[in-house]
Ligand binder design. Structure first.
Ligand SMILES: *Cc1c(COP(=O)(O)O)cnc(C)c1O
Length: 483
């Protein structure tokens, strides 16, 4: 029976305790039995909405009925990112210590906009980001901040790059002026769409984005960047930002950061490195060759919510020029002025948002629970499984590997003899939809050189070799029996 809902104030403490335990039991069973759920939700569009009243309840309903609706209405519409068979996109998944940190963070409900509004939130963010920087062996002069997503981190990088260009955009803005050149940003066609979105948000415009050609492994060609910058300068453009990617979203290719960084240093252009997914590989010393030249980056983004088992959202932004970012955004209203001066930092000065969740608690719990070694082991295991799968696929004449496998994503396709490229695209799409419809596996696709390619990402905390073996068996069985 539902308890009587109080007319004022919060849920009574003992009721919270009871439901709190119930929620923890629910989470425990959910994660324990995660493999019993179909990884990709099988509902039709509108199905969930149709089961929920259009009108809000006038009287409180109590937790019991909400809880049963959670199971009956919401769960069927969940795609299970924590499922070991979730191998689509970049698998972002949560760990138990991360979940517990979210729980506590919601309870404290800290807004870490100023040091004063919760000193621990600011100082823990500083400490954990310094830990994180050391784990990745990134340069000592990097300052860090947590944003919600890599998209927002990159937008802030572009804002800093624009401020760095020194045309008094902060005071005079960008429009209606004849005294400023047009700004140009450089990336490749393989850069994440968030780079273009960030540029759009910063008033750069699509015309201000120039895509630099890539080599046969989808990596930016530094010589082509060099030429483009030279050509643009002679045509009156102002090159202001270059974005390189370590681990592109389509194929996880790695742009040559060292050579690109050298060009940016020489040309005095802001250099941003998007390592949203690939960045975590730097915890392994043997993978650090991908990050050669990272000290030349003015800013870097790495997402613990992608490959470090952190409940979404938590994106880490590093910069060696935080004063530029601050110049772009700092605006302290009278009611936000505090007396600590420069002995503390107020994170609200470094971005668009005022209110800030206590996200660093998640980093603190996760890094301490698993330890650096534990995190390394898990990343290493994913890399090893990916190499195993790549070898398996290479050995099967009916399939082909479509891109190098520097990290834990394998791009491949089914390629029986005698089919046209169009047929192959259709066939692979059909294969993907069939395996995804089984509810046992969820993979996604991309286009490389205009060919439809299947992408299998191994980065889930619960994904073991046996799951990837099963996935590979399922793909082969589907090809043999059902295509
Ligand atoms: C996933 C991804 C992003 C976007 O990440 P969000 O945190 O979802 O905004 C950006 N860049 C790369 C390379 C990515 O893989």
């Amino acid at each position: 029976m539902d308890k009587k809902i109080p007319q004022i104030g919060d849920m009574p403490p003992e009721e919270f305790r009871q439901y709190g335990y119930q929620v923890v039991d629910w989470i425990t069973d959910y994660l324990k039995n995660i493999e019993n759920y179909p990884v990709l939700s099988q509902v039709e569009p509108g199905e969930i909405k149709s089961k929920i009243p259009v009108e809000p309840p006038q009287k409180g309903e109590g937790f019991d009925v909400m809880f049963s609706d959670l199971n009956d209405i919401i769960m069927p519409g969940i795609t299970h990112w924590n499922h070991p068979g979730f191998m689509a996109y970049f698998n972002s998944n949560s760990s138990a210590p991360g979940i517990l940190a979210e729980f506590i963070s919601a309870a404290m409900n800290v807004n870490g906009m100023l040091w004063k509004t919760s000193p621990a939130a600011t100082e823990l963010e500083e400490v954990t980001l310094n830990w994180f920087r050391k784990m990745l062996d990134f340069p000592e002069d990097l300052w860090g901040i947590i944003y919600d997503t890599a998209s927002v981190s990159t937008m802030h990088a572009i804002a800093a790059a624009r401020e760095y260009a020194q045309f008094s955009f902060r005071e005079k803005g960008m429009s209606g002026r004849s005294d400023t050149p047009k700004l140009r940003l450089y990336c490749t066609a393989h850069a994440h769409s968030s780079v273009e979105k960030g540029a759009l948000a910063m008033g750069i415009g699509m015309n201000g984005i120039r895509k630099i050609p890539v080599d046969d492994q989808f990596r930016m060609i530094p010589e082509a960047l060099d030429l483009a910058i030279e050509e643009d300068r002679s045509n009156g453009w102002y090159p202001f930002c270059v974005v390189a990617t370590i681990g592109t979203t389509s194929s996880t290719s790695v742009d040559p950061v060292d050579s690109i960084g050298a060009i940016c240093t020489r040309e005095n252009i802001w250099f941003h490195v998007d390592a949203a997914y690939g960045g975590m590989a730097a915890v392994l010393p043997e993978m650090r060759y991908h990050f050669k030249g990272i000290e030349k980056a003015d800013s870097i983004v790495v997402n613990p919510h992608k490959w470090m088992f952190t409940p979404i959202d938590l994106s880490v932004f590093f910069s060696r020029k935080p004063e530029i970012l601050k110049r772009a955004f700092s605006l302290v209203a009278e009611y936000l002025k505090t007396g600590e001066g420069s002995s503390v930092q107020n994170y609200m000065d470094y971005g668009i948002q005022l209110g800030r969740r206590f996200r660093s608690l998640k980093l603190w719990f996760i890094i301490r629970y698993f330890g650096v070694e534990g995190i390394r082991n898990r990343i290493k295991e994913h890399l090893n499984i990916a190499q195993w799968l790549k070898d398996e696929i290479s050995r099967d004449q009916r399939f082909e590997i479509m891109a190098p496998v520097p990290f834990s994503v394998v791009c491949f396709r089914y390629h029986p003899t005698g089919k046209s490229e169009n047929d192959l695209d259709d066939l692979n799409e059909k294969l993907m939809n069939k395996v995804n419809a089984t509810g046992k596996l969820f993979i996604s696709h991309t286009k490389l050189n205009n060919k439809l390619v299947l992408r299998l990402a191994i980065s889930g905390l619960r994904t073991e070799k046996q799951h990837v073996k099963k996935a590979w068996n399922l793909i082969r069985e589907t090809v043999e029996l059902d295509l």
